[in-house]
Design a protein. Structure first.
Length: 142
């Protein structure tokens, strides 16, 4: 079940009414969580990416949109929602998700460092095209 403020947040983000100023990493993750709960994966990736690219362009910094970071985080969020739902028989609330996945909320030492070489994420190719992880990560699948 989603709260009305979640509906408004998603609508504001997609319509471009949500400004980039004061928009923190945790806000990105929360919106990613909402999109991955609400939409099929491809639709969520497309809609979120388009809205984020518009937000970057509207702030005068279109190059800030980074496709590999965006898609990788969204796909990690999707996987973790699915794992939670598999274990608990329902998707997590935002609070439950945060409590169980603090590594997604820390941008300074972000989780993608486990999956990507720094030089890969710094590349123009990664900024404009989703690249698969280039570090060997073996998550435990249950």
């Amino acid at each position: 079940m989603t709260a009305p403020e979640d509906d408004e947040l998603v609508a504001a983000f997609e319509s471009g009414r949500l400004g980039n100023e004061g928009f923190r990493h945790v806000d990105h993750v929360r919106l990613g969580f909402l999109f991955m709960l609400r939409f099929p994966a491809w639709d969520a990736l497309r809609r979120f990416s388009q809205a984020l690219a518009r937000m970057a362009a509207a702030s005068g910094k279109p190059a800030r949109y980074h496709e590999t970071i965006t898609w990788a985080l969204l796909l990690l969020i999707r996987e973790r929602i699915a794992r939670w739902a598999h274990e608990h028989g329902r998707p997590p609330s935002w609070e439950e998700f945060c409590a169980g996945h603090m590594d997604l909320l820390d941008w300074k030492d972000h989780v993608l460092k486990d999956y990507y070489e720094d030089r890969t994420l710094a590349s123009e190719l990664a900024r404009t095209t989703f690249l698969l992880p280039d570090r060997r990560v073996n998550p435990v699948v249950t």
